[in-house]
Design a protein around this ligand. Structure first.
Ligand code: SF4
Ligand code: SF4
Length: 317
């Protein structure tokens, strides 16, 4: 018997769907083991097809993207009801992802920036999107834009998490094989990635040097053999889960943290602040302040992927 599966795209860029396609010929293995009964980005199924299913009919639903509006939330709840196993696929569903940096702005400022102020906007009547519109015969309703982005598990019960922005395609296949082989770990686990930090899988030379200055990636061409953090580039490897194969590091770019924190760590950004505190060269408060002041945009550096799942969660209004 093949497993019955669904894939859905919430608030995200679609990269996670592309990562599923990027498994190349292994898609044939997946197709042998699973029937895809819902995947709006690739197949012409409708919401009513899912609504017509018995509860728990799908063996697995993989939800990528965060929860930004009422449609995302409605479909997350629908898929939860219709699925035995719910998987958060990718950083946005797992920890909020890049899109949750929007939580540092209010809904009103986002709308104003996009529809009224942006340099490319031509909107002389200052029209903003309406949630309801009566164009004659019937009233049309658009999804409601929420005040903040939420992770999938802030809205529904989630069984497993596949991290990454996007997850490495092979990792998706390896995680799915745990489903059809019946070898899934304990509920709530991260699957398809390791349990150590990225530093543990990073091949670079670590000289145990302290940090004397911070630099942006545009300011230096780093030594490709040595630890980027020790060269002053803010690399989140010490607080990020391994499993991506150090893709950014191998391109001479510091880790931004998309695989999320390790088991037991609630706030990835705070953990990085704590890790940094132990490797700064200055010991006097004034010099420490000056050094920390060199970090460009600390909020979006430490919480680039994990704002929605952090203790902060959103800007206080
Ligand atoms: S996790 Fe990354 S690739 Fe996936 S939807 Fe979010 S932004 Fe796109
Ligand atoms: S901080 Fe970054 S560059 Fe340095 S060892 Fe860790 S992952 Fe590698």
């Amino acid at each position: 018997m093949k497993l019955k599966a669904g894939i859905y795209w919430g608030a995200g860029c679609g990269g996670c769907d592309v990562a599923v396609l990027d498994v190349h010929e292994k898609i044939l293995v997946v197709a042998e083991k699973m029937d895809l009964l819902f995947w709006p980005i690739a197949l012409d199924f409708k919401y009513k097809d899912v609504e017509a299913m018995d509860d728990g009919y799908l063996d697995i639903a993989m939800f990528n993207g965060g929860i930004r509006n009422s449609e995302n939330e409605e479909i997350a709840k629908l898929l939860r009801k219709k699925s035995k196993t719910m998987v958060a696929l990718g950083s946005c569903a797992h920890i909020g992802g890049l899109i949750s940096m929007a939580n540092f702005h209010t809904k009103e400022t986002i709308m104003s920036r996009v529809y009224l102020e942006s340099e490319s906007t031509d909107n002389p009547d200052s029209v903003l999107p309406l949630e309801k519109w009566n164009g004659g015969k019937e009233e049309l309703e658009l999804p409601r834009f929420h005040q903040m982005v939420k992770t999938l598990d802030q809205v529904v019960d989630v069984d497993y998490y596949i991290p990454g922005c996007p997850p490495v395609p092979d990792q998706i296949v390896s995680a799915l094989s745990q489903v059809w082989e019946g070898t899934l770990p304990e509920k709530g686990s991260v699957i398809g990635a390791g349990t150590r930090t990225l530093c543990d899988e990073c091949p670079r030379i670590k000289e145990e040097k302290t940090i004397t200055s911070f630099k942006r990636t545009v300011e230096i061409i780093p030594d490709s053999e040595k630890c980027l953090l020790e060269q002053g580039l803010l690399c989140l490897g010490p607080v990020t889960r391994e499993g991506c194969g150090a893709r950014c590091i191998n391109s001479n770019v510091p880790c931004r943290g998309c695989y999320g924190p390790l088991e037991g760590v609630h706030d990835q950004g705070a953990k990085m602040l704590s890790a940094l505190a132990s490797v700064l060269e200055p010991k006097e408060e004034k010099e420490i302040d000056e050094l920390i002041g060199q970090i460009a945009d600390p909020l979006r550096t430490f919480y680039r992927f994990s704002a929605a799942a952090s203790i902060l969660r959103r800007k206080k209004v």
